[in-house]
Write a protein that binds this ligand. Structure first.
Ligand code: TXA
Ligand code: MG
Length: 326
């Protein structure tokens, strides 16, 4: 099979109705979508992604008003969040109703639900009689796709259609939240920042400890991995330390004269964190193609989307080599 890429929502609908998988655009990253209520479609998602069955899937619906069909109850705080952030890059984890197959949730009693903010996908979801299960459309553990081309590179041989909705506007996956002890708990940092959640939830918010990287099932320490080893630190120090190696550099706003311009990507020369987030995965894809020995990178300020960016960078660079050598 070789995926066709196009803007035909009717075609995507037909394929999904016949149990096939389609890559769908969202504002965060591209998803690998299948009928969330159809066992064969769900099996195909795990198979195509080479995803272990302990890693549950997010269910995508067209409107927050429909959430009651899939979950047992909705806490007040989620209504407030939905009013502000849905459709958008936020995912709600709640006790599931029986209509959601155990295969979606890897046997957990809770299901993750999100309303993606992309006009094509909202139109597609509204036209379907079932919700869509959709993990990010990358092979398990690899970099998430923010363009149809990224999807084609990783999954083009295994799916019939990629619905082309352009480049993803946010570029980082959704923020995953649940309610625990009457408090809002962040399970994965993502496109809605902690500061913006705080504006709605006030102080009643728990977020995972910085070093406590595994917060949701399947979110492993090593994730978003480039083939090239990534190293995080002070970039000038790393350049000196690894002199003699073929180096690539991924920086927030600084250009380094020691490194050829072809081998470095400055995510946002003006220091705009939202812009840096949108470019991040694409830059990782591009630097990975250079076959350097190492990709050197740095942590972002721990604020707004910088928290989610740092989470992705730490997971991308997490290998035994990292802890031994630095
Ligand atoms: O932005 C996004 O969320 C994208 C787009 C395509 O919507 N999707 C995405 O899916 O990032 P995926 O499968 O790559 O990551 C979903 C994460 C997984 O790490 C999984 O552990 C967590 O959501 N998750 C799913 N169901 C859960 C549940 N019931 N409880 C806790 N975490 C859950
Ligand atoms: Mg993913």
């Amino acid at each position: 099979m070789k995926a066709e890429t196009g803007k035909d929502i009717e075609k995507a609908k037909g394929l999904l109705e016949s149990g096939q998988l389609v890559s769908i655009p969202t504002e965060t990253v591209y998803g690998l979508a299948g009928n969330a209520l159809h066992i064969e479609s769900l099996i195909s998602i795990y198979k195509v992604k080479k995803r272990p069955s302990f890693d549950p899937l997010i269910v995508h619906i067209s409107s927050f008003d429909m959430i009651g069909k899939y979950v047992k109850s909705v806490p007040e705080i989620f209504y407030k969040l939905a009013e502000k952030f849905s459709p958008g890059p936020i995912t709600y984890v709640l006790p599931k109703r029986d209509i959601i197959p155990d295969l979606v949730t890897s046997g957990y009693e809770t299901v993750a639900i999100r309303i993606p903010n992309h006009p094509f996908t909202l139109e597609l979801l509204s036209s379907l009689s079932f919700p869509l299960a959709a993990p990010s459309a990358n092979l398990f553990g690899q970099i998430s796709p923010t363009s149809p081309h990224h999807v084609f590179e990783q999954l083009g041989a295994f799916i019939p259609y990629i619905l082309d909705g352009g480049i993803c506007a946010i570029g980082l996956e959704s923020t995953i939240v649940t309610v625990f002890d009457d408090k809002l708990k962040i399970l994965r940092h993502g496109g809605i920042s902690l500061e913006n959640l705080q504006k709605v939830a006030g102080k009643d918010i728990i977020h995972s400890h910085e070093n406590d990287l595994i917060t949701v099932p399947g979110q492993l320490k090593s994730h978003y991995a480039t083939r090239t080893q990534m190293l995080i630190g002070d970039i000038p120090t790393l350049i000196k330390k690894f002199a003699g190696h073929k180096l690539a550099v991924l920086s927030f706003k600084t250009h380094f004269n020691e490194i050829s311009p072809d081998y470095q990507i400055v995510l946002s020369p003006s220091g705009n964190i939202d812009h840096a987030a949108q470019e991040l995965f694409s830059a990782m894809h591009n630097l990975d193609r250079l076959n350097a020995d190492f990709i050197l990178t740095e942590l972002f300020p721990e604020e707004s989307l910088g928290i989610a960016i740092n989470d992705r960078l730490k997971r991308a660079s997490f290998r035994d080599y990292f802890s031994e050598s630095l």
